[in-house]
Design a protein around this ligand. Structure first.
Ligand code: SF4
Length: 353
């Protein structure tokens, strides 16, 4: 249902919200929805960005987390996620397909990610979900080997989990964090994929949480969801309490169902990030896939919007910004790179890029 007229808050309103959040009150969904009405180049925009930094610094300090991902099994996915070049209905061929990588390739990727400052490497697989049997055994072996080498924390992103036993076995192998995105609001999900359901994703998240692994879960902004649905998505994130929330922005790749959609305007993207910061003040929020396409030469402004984590290195099927750029930005803004692996990182296999 379309929203009734929603008024953008004033600077005074935003200052009042900020004080309330710092005092321990939750921003309401209607307050968050109103923030999405703020216009770029307004005083309220400046107040929102200031509020996002104040809230981030208060709850999370000035520490920034870097995470990296590896497409450990790429291409030929059975699923039809409309934003994904690896989907069954995508004609995009601009990336290399591979079966689950052998350990030497994974070890080299881990060394490279650690060298770039990443504390965690998310092993991502393009399939509906990991299967019990030889496949699960092989992945547990990869996790154990990375844990034994000790260079980087291996996170995993293996899609839908069949049951609790699979989650528990992955935890026992040494996986500290499982990445599994909600992707978007429940009410919009069916417009992005119909080979699996939002409920299957939701159930997988319950298995992850019950296993004791950390949860990395976010989604994609700009697939055609309404502003109301962005707040619905934020409410779902508040409910599942991920340690890390990767926020991707649609990169409309050729050959995908969403190829003709427009990337999100950078001001709108920054307002969305800042609103998420105020709505989820204690959560790590990471800017991930699609950021280069969305922000262009304004990429560093993501820190103005209160993010405290960045996906560094390349994405699943496209190239990312050089890690050196992020190191320079962190230093020049008085932020610090996390000295140890955060409590949650990784990446949804839903990376739109
Ligand atoms: S997002 Fe993941 S599950 Fe969906 S098509 Fe791409 S690789 Fe497959």
């Amino acid at each position: 249902m379309p929203s009734l007229s929603v008024q953008a808050p004033t600077c005074t309103d935003i200052q009042r919200m900020t004080a309330a959040i710092i005092a321990g009150q939750e921003l309401s969904a209607s307050e968050a929805r109103a923030l999405l009405e703020i216009q770029a180049n307004s005083d309220a925009y400046q107040s929102l960005m200031q509020a996002a930094q104040t809230v981030r610094d208060h709850f999370l300090g000035k520490t920034v987390h870097f995470c990296s991902i590896l497409n450990a099994k790429a291409g030929n996915c059975s699923e039809n996620c409309s934003y994904c070049s690896q989907a069954s209905n995508s004609s995009n061929v601009d990336y290399t397909k591979n079966k689950w990588l052998d350990h030497e390739d994974i070890r080299q990727a881990a060394a490279s990610a650690a060298n770039n400052g990443a504390k965690a490497l998310g092993l991502v697989a393009a399939w509906k979900g990991v299967k019990k049997g030889a496949q699960l055994d092989m992945i547990c072996d990869s996790i154990r080997e990375l844990v034994a080498e000790g260079n980087i924390r291996p996170d995993i992103n293996l899609g839908i989990l069949e049951d609790q036993e699979v989650a528990d076995r992955l935890r026992d192998a040494g996986a500290a964090v499982y990445g599994h995105n909600l992707e978007t609001a429940r009410s919009f999900f069916e417009q992005t994929c119909d080979t699996h359901s939002f409920d299957e994703r939701w159930r997988t998240i319950q298995y992850i949480k019950k296993s004791g692994m950390g949860l990395c879960s976010g989604g994609i902004i700009g697939m055609g969801e309404s502003k109301d649905q962005r707040i619905e998505f934020a409410e779902q994130l508040r409910f599942i309490e991920p340690q890390m929330i990767p926020i991707n922005f649609l990169n409309p790749l050729p050959g995908t169902d969403f190829a003709e959609r427009e990337p999100v305007n950078p001001d709108e993207a920054l307002i969305t990030l800042a609103t998420l910061r105020l709505f989820l003040p204690e959560r790590n929020i990471m800017v991930a896939g699609g950021k280069e396409v969305t922000f262009g030469d304004r990429l560093a402004e993501v820190f103005d919007a209160g993010v405290n984590a960045v996906m560094v290195g390349n994405y699943l099927t496209t190239l990312g910004t050089e890690p050196e750029f992020w190191h320079q930005q962190v230093a020049s803004r008085g932020l610090q790179l996390a000295a140890a692996a955060g409590s949650g990182c990784g990446k949804g296999c839903s990376d739109p890029s």
